[in-house]
Design a protein around this ligand. Structure first.
Ligand SMILES: C[S@@+](CC[C@H](N)C(=O)[O-])C[C@H]1O[C@@H](n2cnc3c(N)ncnc32)[C@H](O)[C@@H]1O
Length: 188
């Protein structure tokens, strides 16, 4: 939203958490062209006009991983909410992917033809299981009809400090210090 504001564009930010909406509003200068809507994407996106937005940029919840104990860096949990509408609180991974897909179908409706949908995600490990969220989302987005245009690997080594040897001494397990920025286009 700050980037929209800096460029003089209109912007609509939708966020479930009232606290995060307040933080977003406090960071904006003029608030004239930018609207921060506190609400559920599943409801708010339906209120927007079809083909009316030039870009979607989002960082969806990382499933319910923020509710888990952080074994990699031992930092404190920062779960966003306990709301049932919070997609990050879904217990089942497949249901979580389906919930994201439902939101992106709504995003596709409001995007103008040839505009981009850009998604920041990381993969997830829960105990012994590794979930390739970025590739599952690429598949889901293509099923919806988005064209998969590109991928950026975002090196976040400097943010992910306090790492320790995961799995030691029984397993070799690499700490993840990167996220993905997935780039899609709505061509039709
Ligand atoms: C990884 S955070 C991203 C936070 C921030 N919007 C950003 O892009 O930096 C995921 C956000 O999704 C929000 N969220 C989860 N379910 C939602 C829903 N159904 N509608 C709107 N926002 C939701 C959470 O409150 C959380 O703030």
């Amino acid at each position: 939203m700050i980037a929209s504001e800096n460029l003089g564009h209109k912007g609509i930010g939708i966020e479930l958490s009232a606290e995060f909406c307040d933080i977003a509003r406090s960071r904006l200068h003029t608030k004239k062209k930018i609207k921060i809507i506190q609400g559920d994407n599943n409801i708010e996106l339906d209120k927007l006009e079809e083909n009316s937005c030039g870009l979607c940029f989002t960082s969806p919840p990382y499933w319910d991983i923020l509710n888990m104990k952080r074994s990699a860096d031992k930092k404190q949990n920062i779960n966003y909410s306990s709301s049932d509408n919070d997609i990050g609180n879904m217990k089942n991974y497949d249901e979580f992917i389906t919930a994201l897909k439902t939101v992106f179908i709504k995003v596709k409706r409001v995007l103008a033809i040839n505009s981009y949908c850009i998604i920041n995600v990381m993969d997830i490990r829960k105990g012994n299981k590794f979930y390739s969220l970025h590739s599952d989302l690429i598949t889901a987005m293509q099923e919806i009809g988005f064209v998969y245009d590109d991928i950026i690997i975002w090196d976040r080594q400097s943010d992910y400090n306090n790492m320790r040897p995961l799995g030691y001494p029984s397993k070799f397990r690499i700490n993840k210090v990167h996220e993905y920025i997935l780039i899609f286009i709505k061509e039709k």
